[in-house]
Design a protein around this ligand. Structure first.
Ligand code: ADP
Ligand code: MG
Length: 399
């Protein structure tokens, strides 16, 4: 783990009158042509504002969703441009083509009250293909490259990897710096006890993280659909709850390994169950067993107390994965109880994962978290010890 060693920051460069290619993660959910959740844009503002204050000529770039073809209007950054105009009180020139003939002309005549935003990078196939030619095109008009797109830094894409590879002046923005510094607190000498609170839909999605954390944390709290695979491995009945049949054996081995290390593992001791995930009527089970034809959709009240108590004692907490189908109000109790307990704990508390971040916000306790990562996949890959291509490419030769 070498964190940000050998990586330059935006503050290390003289930005005045320089054309700065600023790769951001403006991949926000849209609804009816408007930004539905502005978290990622808001988190990008400090870097944008700093660069503007320093007098940079800014070219912003981001992807949004997974457009199937160039120009697909559903994936246009237009709503993001409108949002930025409002926030920055500057004219945002949205360049419709990623590989534009006119970009150099626009840069040449760019005024202080204007910034440039390239259209969705994924309109160009070269982006995901890490195309060196696309990178050369970007480099042809850029003097400094800054990556602040933490949520995309685990992808070897042209604007993340191929471009900085050929740039001499390159570094990170404030968001990546913040993300890495918080995530490093979970890897380097974390305060103890250190608890991983895991949930979500699938064990298979989380195996790599669990494997990485098993030697680092003092205990696991496991809820969400993922818990049923573990309960099944312990011989409990799980009804029609989501169990990954091909992971039951692994879950059993994991339980044994956690025990062998004398670490704690907390699993639900009761559940909220329903006959159908679309139904909002539920029952609370008497214990960890779920009877036939019933499906676990949330923690039960005893489990909420058990989990909250363990969380209250922890000094470092990593939370990834909701405790139930929290998108449905009736099944959000366990997730929100856990969010409350984490928020109110006195330790370092970091939330990772897209749905977990939404759950933290929906719970009303987001402001009490030390850090909510803007990058789901990227934060998990970093925590499990993978080098992120978009970060590694920025490291100086001698580090
Ligand atoms: P993250 O994006 O934070 O990594 P995941 O994608 O792993 O989280 O999991 C989130 C999803 O898990 C949510 O959509 C939630 O509805 C679902 N989920 C949690 N518990 C259950 C459950 N008991 N049954 C079905 N789905 C569940
Ligand atoms: Mg998810």
């Amino acid at each position: 783990m070498i964190g940000l060693k050998g990586i330059k920051k935006i503050t290390d460069f003289e930005l005045r009158d320089q054309v700065v290619f600023l790769r951001l993660d403006l991949n926000v959910p849209l609804e009816k042509g408007r930004v539905a959740d502005d978290t990622r844009i808001r988190e990008s503002l400090p870097t944008i504002k700093y660069a503007l204050e320093q007098g940079a000529k800014l070219v912003l770039a981001s992807h949004l969703g997974r457009p199937k073809k160039a120009g697909d209007p559903e994936f246009s950054l237009e709503p993001v441009a409108a949002y930025l105009t409002e926030q920055l009180k500057k004219e945002v020139i949205l360049v419709e083509e990623v590989r534009s003939e006119v970009i150099k002309q626009i840069i040449l005549t760019l005024r202080r009250d204007q910034i440039i935003l390239l259209e969705n990078l994924r309109y160009d196939e070269g982006e995901t293909a890490n195309d060196p030619e696309l990178a050369r095109y970007f480099a042809s008009f850029s003097q400094i490259y800054i990556n602040d797109a933490f949520g995309a830094s685990h992808r070897a894409h042209a604007s993340i990897q191929a471009l900085p590879e050929i740039m001499t002046k390159k570094g990170i923005g404030f968001l990546i710096e913040k993300e890495i510094n918080f995530l490093d607190q979970l890897i380097v000498n974390p305060s103890r006890p250190y608890l991983a609170v895991m949930g979500g839909s699938k064990v298979s999605d989380k195996i790599d993280v669990i494997e990485k954390l098993i030697d680092v944390v003092d205990g696991f709290v496991i809820g969400g659909a993922m818990a049923y695979t573990f309960l099944r491995a312990m011989g409990k009945s799980t009804g029609i709850s989501l169990v990954e049949a091909d992971r039951v054996k692994y879950a059993g081995e994991l339980i044994a390994r956690i025990e062998a290390r004398s670490k704690t593992l907390l699993l639900p001791i009761d559940h909220r169950v329903t006959t159908n995930i679309k139904d909002t009527k539920f029952e609370v089970t008497a214990d960890a067993n779920i009877r036939e034809k019933m499906m676990g959709v949330d923690l039960g009240p005893k489990t909420e107390r058990l989990f909250a108590e363990a969380i209250g004692k922890a000094k470092t907490i990593f939370w990834n994965g909701p405790m139930g189908v929290f998108e449905t109000k009736e099944f959000s109790s366990g997730t929100f109880a856990v969010a409350k307990a984490i928020g109110e704990s006195s330790g370092v508390k970091v939330v990772g994962g897209g749905d977990s971040a939404s759950a933290a916000h929906a719970s009303g306790y987001a402001h009490l978290m030390s850090h909510i990562s803007t990058g789901g996949g990227a934060s998990l890959e970093y925590l499990q010890g993978d080098r992120l291509p978009g970060i590694e490419v920025l490291r100086g030769k001698n580090s």
